[in-house]
Design a protein around this ligand. Structure first.
Ligand SMILES: Cc1cc2nc3c(=O)[nH]c(=O)nc-3n(C[C@H](O)[C@H](O)[C@H](O)COP(=O)(O)OP(=O)(O)OC[C@H]3O[C@@H](n4cnc5c(N)ncnc54)[C@H](O)[C@@H]3O)c2cc1C
Ligand code: FES
Length: 244
C-alpha cells in the first residue's frame, strides 16, 4: 500500500451515472487487476474504495457510479485537481489459473475490475469471453472497450432492453475454462451455483472502514473469516461459505 497525491487528467461521464476518471502520478506503479484504491474526499471521514479499471506505470483509470456524497463529489472534480489515494490495495485476481477460455462475469459497477484482467488475459492469447450485466439499456457501459481487446462480449439486461433478457447467469456460454467475477452478492451467489468450473469472486459490496478495523466486511470461508478490505476483495470459489 502506498499513499500518493494523484492529478486528475480526465473525468467524463460514460452513462448518466457512471464516470471514467484518469489519474496520473510520477511514482504511481502499475496496479493489479482486481485491486483497488481508497480515495480521500473533502469532509468525509472514511475513504471511498474504487476498483482499478486500467493501469500502467504513472497512470490509473477508474470507473465509478454516483451513489452518494463521495462519488458525487468526485463527479464534480475537474482535470488538474488532485486526489489523495491509497494505491496497491487488494489481493486481485490470480490470472495464472485462467486456462485457455476464461469467462468474465460483471454486474453493474462489478464490470470495471474485470477490464484489466481481460486486457492481460487477451495479451496472453487467451480466448476471453465477457458477460456484462445491467438493469437496463441506459446503464450499459464497457461493451466496446472489452470488444476492442478482442473479447467475445454478451450484454444482459434485467428488463431485456438490451442484449439477453435476464441476469448474467442467463447469458453464460456453454464452454469456458475458469470464471472471474465481480458484482452484487445475489449475482455472485447465482454464479457460484451455476458455475461448471472453479473461479475467483470479488466481493466489492462488503466494506465499512476499509482499513481492517471494523470487521464489517468479513466473509465466512473454509479457513475462518476473511476481511474483504484486507484479505480480499477476491476469494477463491472453493473457500467461500455463504451466510444463510
Ligand atoms: C473493493 C471495492 C471496490 C469498489 N469498486 C467500485 C468501482 O470500481 N466503481 C464503483 O462505482 N463503485 C465501486 N465500489 C463501491 C464504492 O466504494 C461505493 O459506491 C462508494 O464508496 C460510495 O460512496 P458515496 O460516498 O458516494 O456513497 P455513500 O454516501 O457512502 O452511500 C450511498 C449509498 O451507496 C451504498 N453503498 C456504499 N458503499 C457501497 C458498496 N461498496 N457497494 C454497494 N453500495 C454501496 C450505501 O449503502 C448507500 O445506500 C467498490 C467498493 C469496494 C469495497
Ligand atoms: S471494512 Fe472494516 S475491517 Fe474491512
Amino acid at each position: 500500500m502506498k499513499q500518493e497525491i494523484l492529478t486528475i487528467t480526465e473525468n467524463e461521464p460514460v452513462t448518466k451515472t457512471v464516470y471514467r476518471m484518469t489519474l496520473t502520478g510520477e511514482g504511481l506503479e502499475a496496479q493489479k487487476p482486481g485491486g483497488f484504491v481508497n480515495l480521500r474526499l473533502k469532509g468525509l471521514f472514511l475513504r471511498r474504495p474504487i476498483s482499478v479499471y486500467d493501469s500502467e506505470p504513472g497512470r490509473l483509470t477508474i470507473l465509478y457510479k454516483t451513489v452518494g456524497k463521495g462519488t458525487e463529489q468526485m463527479a464534480g472534480m475537474r482535470p488538474g485537481e488532485r486526489l489523495d489515494a491509497l494505491t496497491g490495495l487488494g489481493n486481485g485476481y490470480d490470472l495464472s489459473k485462467a486456462g485457455e477460455a476464461p469467462l468474465l462475469l460483471g454486474g453493474g459497477v462489478g464490470v470495471p475490475p474485470l477490464y484489466l484482467a481481460a486486457k492481460k488475459l487477451a495479451a496472453q492469447g487467451k480466448k476471453v469471453q465477457a458477460v456484462l450485466g445491467f438493469n437496463t439499456a441506459e446503464e450499459v457501459f464497457g461493451e466496446e472497450a472489452f470488444r476492442a481487446l478482442g473479447c467475445g462480449v454478451t450484454v444482459a439486461t434485467a428488463d431485456g432492453s438490451r442484449g439477453v433478457k435476464g441476469f448474467v447467469t442467463d447469458a453464460m456460454p456453454a464452454e469456458y475454462s475458469y470464471i472471474y467475477t465481480c458484482g452484487p452478492e445475489p449475482m455472485l451467489r447465482a454464479i457460484y451455483r451455476a458455475a461448471k468450473t472453479s473461479g475467483q469472486f470479488s466481493f466489492e459490496e462488503r466494506m465499512g472502514c476499509g482499513f481492517g478495523a471494523c470487521m464489517g466486511c468479513s466473509c465466512k470461508t473454509i479457513t475462518g473469516y476473511k476481511r474483504i478490505c484486507r484479505e480480499g476483495p477476491v476469494l477463491e470459489k472453493e473457500e467461500i461459505l455463504w451466510d444463510d
